[in-house]
Design a protein around this ligand. Structure first.
Ligand code: BDR
Ligand code: CA
Length: 317
């Protein structure tokens, strides 16, 4: 029945597009959605995720709530200034109320149960802070063998968006990110903001989505605050679909071109906290030990990617 997928998310407008992309794709077996603090507090990300699945007519997909804060240091900053007061441009309550109750399990327990029961490799797409995923791998190391790939939206090679050095998801919980990206032994694809920015879509793309039908109209209606932010960040009328770019790769492996690099995460308390240090040197010091590498998405056919996401969100396959 296609790619088995679990999304870990903090909706968030681009998360909303990413969830809808997976939920509407008939070649994806969406096993579950877990939520984490991030763009807005956990209670808001959780109700947003549940309402979005209802919008996509997917009450079959369980949703479990996870971490409400980072692993080590509290983090008072969220991203209402990007996504609006409720994470969805103030439009969350316009979405349909979820028919399915919130799962009684916490996010790590749901992830563990779904992975344990899986009879083929599962892709996990974390598109928020990596707290739940670090906790899962720490508490249940045996599930590594059930994970096909972890396709993560996060990190920045050039400059950050939360600080000069750090991208929001990694900056929100650097210790968790370091556990997943540096210390674990699972296949990881990292989709950094350098590439997601290049995949920004314009208002003609949004208008086409809105014209595709009631679901497209509702998705487009979640974007005004997000568009207001990205109008300034991009310097033109458009939005960055960060998380949907990562989920596109999760459901269609190879859509993004990746290269293998060693990585580290700055967990210091200085100005570079949360930076991803990607070692792009082609030649390393002789005699140094080989280190773990992860796949980092560096390029794609930007036009084709935009068309792929638009077609899926508009009901095509
Ligand atoms: C990431 O941060 C959040 O604001 C978005 O949802 C995305 O996951 C982009 O840096
Ligand atoms: Ca997100």
């Amino acid at each position: 029945m296609g790619t088995k997928l679990i999304i870990d998310t903090d909706p968030g407008v681009d998360d909303a597009f990413a969830i809808a992309l997976a939920a509407l794709s008939t070649d994806v077996d969406l096993l579950g959605v877990t939520t984490v603090f991030g763009n807005v507090p956990l209670a808001a990300t959780t109700i947003n995720a549940r309402r979005l699945l209802q919008l996509c007519d997917r009450p079959d997909v369980p949703v479990a709530a996870g971490a409400s804060r980072p692993l080590v240091y509290p983090n008072p900053y969220s991203a209402e200034y990007v996504h609006g007061v409720d994470g969805l441009s103030g439009r969350s309550e316009a979405l349909p109320e979820p028919a399915r109750p919130l799962d009684e399990r916490d996010a790590v327990s749901l992830l563990y149960s779904l992975l344990k029961a899986a009879d083929e490799p599962v892709t996990i797409a974390p598109i928020g802070p990596l707290t739940n995923i670090a906790l899962l791998l720490a508490a249940h190391p045996g599930v590594r063998e059930k994970i096909g790939r972890i396709v993560i939206m996060g990190g920045a090679l050039d400059h950050g968006n939360m600080t000069a050095a750090a991208e929001f998801n990694i900056w929100s919980d650097p210790e968790a990110a370091r556990r997943v990206l540096v210390e674990e032994d699972v296949p990881v694809v990292l989709v950094p903001m350098d590439l997601t920015y290049r995949c920004a879509v314009d208002t003609a793309w949004l208008a086409e989505l809105a014209a595709s039908g009631p679901l497209g109209t509702m998705l487009e209606s979640l974007t005004p605050d997000y568009l207001a932010h990205y109008r300034k960040a991009l310097g033109w009328e458009g939005i960055v679909l960060h998380d949907a770019v990562a989920v596109a790769e999760a459901i269609r492996p190879g859509l993004l071109r990746t290269e293998s690099f060693p990585i580290d995460v700055d967990c210091g308390l200085g100005p570079a906290r949360g930076a991803t240090l990607v070692d792009r040197r082609r030649r390393r010091e002789p005699g140094t030990q080989p280190v773990r590498t992860i796949e980092i998405a560096v390029d794609t056919d930007v036009d084709a990617l935009g068309k792929f996401v638009l077609a899926r969100l508009s009901g095509g396959q």
